[in-house]
Write a protein that binds this ligand. Sequence first.
Ligand SMILES: [Zn+2]
Ligand SMILES: [Zn+2]
Length: 334
Amino acid sequence: MTRIIEDTLQCFVCGAKSQQRQLASTHEHGSPDLDGRPAEEARSTMPEWVQTCPRCGYCAPELSRGHESSRALVRSPAYQAQLRAQDSPLLANRFLCAAMACDAAGRDVDAAHHRLHAAWVADDEGRPELARQYRSAVADALLARREALRAWRAGDGDWKGAEVTFLVDVLRRAGRFQEALRELENALQKGVSSIVREILRFERSAIERGDAGGHRLAEALSGSVLREDPRDDDPLLGYLLSHCGDFVTPQENKAAFTGTLRTPEGERWATDDPQVLTLLAHGKKAFTAALEKRLLADHPDKVVINRCPKCGGIARTPKARQCRFCHHSWHDKR
Ligand SMILES: [Zn+2]
Ligand SMILES: [Zn+2]
């Protein structure tokens, strides 16, 4: 659920007090876009991502905080012109002003973020030319400082190279297809994870079609890699993770949560971690059975696997005395 609170805040630049809305909490249901734009409900909370002082026009995620450089910047004609620009959406202007404040403070990663948010506003307002222009500025900033890109979207292990998928998507959606393709091929040559390779393949086919539109991560990754909780599929695995979790190793835990990835070469586990691949070598069911066996062998006095005496189904909890499958109850029988 999305929750927005109102609060009186004092402007960092001019000291004026004003009522401001703040995003207290939100959530995402579904796949984000390839450029990181979240799914609903978070997707629609953008007006709450930047606050604006009604007196001086200072724009920032938190109006009461800022960098000294903001004081002079907000008074400058360039800033005031951006704030009041007629040819762009009001909310985009606010993000672009927040970006200018970050530029002045030397916070280029945050500046790029705000400019990307302006592009999302332009997308929603049906202004593709403006969106392209804002994305192009984001791409320029990231190309000029690749370490900022890595800091922003660093992907380790199974997401190695994730920052490149982001850069490629921004370039593609800015209509800079040749550069997008060059970045993509470079990354593939240098080596990326299996998941990232599939995303880059998706980007490549979009570029080849001349497609500069938005796409969801779920479109690029088929298989079960993005499914949220494996415990829903397998009651025994759910039981082991929930009730014996203290004895489950990080590698086993990772194996439990690893989904599959459909690739042109066939379906595979969505990980490159050799230890996890070994655990999953005979499938998820076999992994779960082996995990149960190991837990019982290593911790016979602590691990209780509560099964229904009638059908053998796994109970919900170690103390449950009724079967969720056959409804048999064994309250006094043990
Ligand atoms: Zn102010
Ligand atoms: Zn039963």
